[in-house]
Design a protein around this ligand. Structure first.
Ligand code: NDP
Length: 355
């Protein structure tokens, strides 16, 4: 499916320092676009160096703006003159003290903040929201009870809460708020991307996302005795960035889009790495039996509650990526290649060390 990027029109990317945003901005700059990059701390050289480099390489440019999801009106300056807003910013973290404060408020209030600003700024015509498959389902067990056992864009996560799967809850609250704000106006249209688990190298060269924490666990011996029997959809980060571009520039694009290539388990991901890295790293070769995880998991790692294990381990994860292929023209890259590239980059950066 052909689409063209109008390089004369400026765009805003929120959360510009992020893993997904890095590739999105790279593709936009390579197409000649002037990207307004909203970041929390433009003075943090480590986080913004790659954005400055992209701007230098051109042909497009990156202009940094300071903004925070929790500050009302914070995105006004950066949004002025932009036709498209890519709202990617949202905390994707595994370690937090207070789910309400650290995850839910920035996700929900931040989305409201950005989208109300979009309504107030005349130039904005389209908003592309980075939601997640986490807004579609809460626990993997739910796949079995929906029609055909396959998640589609028609499903909504109705089981997560502040106490159970708070990250997923933050994403479903934010996406619901986005649709509500979008339906209350007709100046801009909303298109939503719902990626599954995103892998691949980062543009910045360092790890920003919780995705990197999971890959690190595959290599540091934590899962040597066996990996949790956990399945999830997996997609290359460059494909996710491409889906965002298509959501922005294909005029007819509408609604939500599940974006992933294949369903994989932790052992499958480790399997992609065995050939090249198996000798040097204690990659998991088998899955732990669910009963064992249930018994010892919560003792070893507090994030593994028995409820989490029962509802998510040992269940099949199935979803339909057909809409992304049919309506956005997506094709998906090899997951083996992206797992290897990500792993190698983490070794090169010293984020993964040989035991
Ligand atoms: P990153 O952690 O790399 O990016 C998150 C971005 O959000 C960072 O740029 C961060 O900025 C910004 N952010 C967090 N809190 C605030 C705040 N209070 N104010 C302003 N900015 C803030 O993660 P990803 O690139 O992986 O995630 C991007 C989006 O994709 C998120 O919405 C996430 O939920 C979604 N997603 C990710 C998936 C994945 O597997 N990676 C899967 C599905 C969806 P700072 O650098 O200042 O911390």
């Amino acid at each position: 499916m052909k689409y063209s990027i109008d390089s004369k029109k400026k765009v805003l990317v929120t959360g510009a320092t992020g893993f997904i945003a890095g590739w999105l901005i790279k593709k936009l700059v390579e197409a000649g676009v002037c990207v307004h990059a909203a970041v929390r701390d433009p003075e943090n050289e480590q986080k913004v160096a790659h954005l400055k480099q992209l701007s230098e390489d051109g042909p497009g440019t990156v202009v940094l703006f300071k903004a925070d999801l929790l500050e009302t009106g914070s995105y006004t300056q950066s949004m002025k003159g932009c036709t498209t807003v890519f709202h990617t910013a949202s905390p994707f973290i595994t370690k937090f003290d207070d789910a309400q404060k650290d995850l839910i408020e920035p996700a929900l209030l931040g989305t409201e903040n950005v989208l109300f600003t979009a309504s107030a700024i005349a130039s904005v015509k389209r908003v592309v929201l980075t939601s997640s498959v986490a807004a579609i389902y809460g626990d993997t067990v739910e796949c079995a009870s929906i029609p055909n056992g396959i998640l589609t864009e028609n499903e909504w996560n109705v089981t997560s809460s502040v106490k159970h799967q708070p990250y997923s809850y933050s994403k479903v609250l934010a996406e619901r708020a986005a649709w509500k704000i979008s339906e209350g106006q007709d100046k801009w249209s909303l298109v939503v991307i719902n990626p599954a688990f995103v892998i691949g190298p980062s543009v910045s060269g360092y790890s920003t996302s919780a995705t990197h924490d999971i890959l690190r666990q595959l290599s540091d011996g934590t899962l040597k005795a066996g990996a949790p029997p956990f399945e999830v959809g997996v997609v290359d980060v460059r494909d996710v960035a491409e889906a965002h571009l298509r959501a922005a520039y294909i005029k007819k694009a509408e609604g939500r889009h599940i974006v992933f290539n294949e369903s994989k388990s932790f052992v499958n991901l480790a399997g992609f790495l065995t050939e090249k890295y198996g000798k040097d790293f204690p990659l998991p070769k088998k899955e732990l039996p669910k009963w064992m995880l249930w018994l010892v998991g919560p003792i070893v790692d507090k994030t593994f509650s028995r409820k989490m294990i029962s509802l998510n381990m040992g269940h099949k994860w199935r979803a339909d990526n057909g809409k992304s292929i049919e309506k956005l023209g997506m094709t998906y890259s090899s997951l083996k290649a992206s797992t290897e590239e990500m792993f190698q980059q983490m070794i090169d950066q010293g984020q993964i060390v040989k035991k």
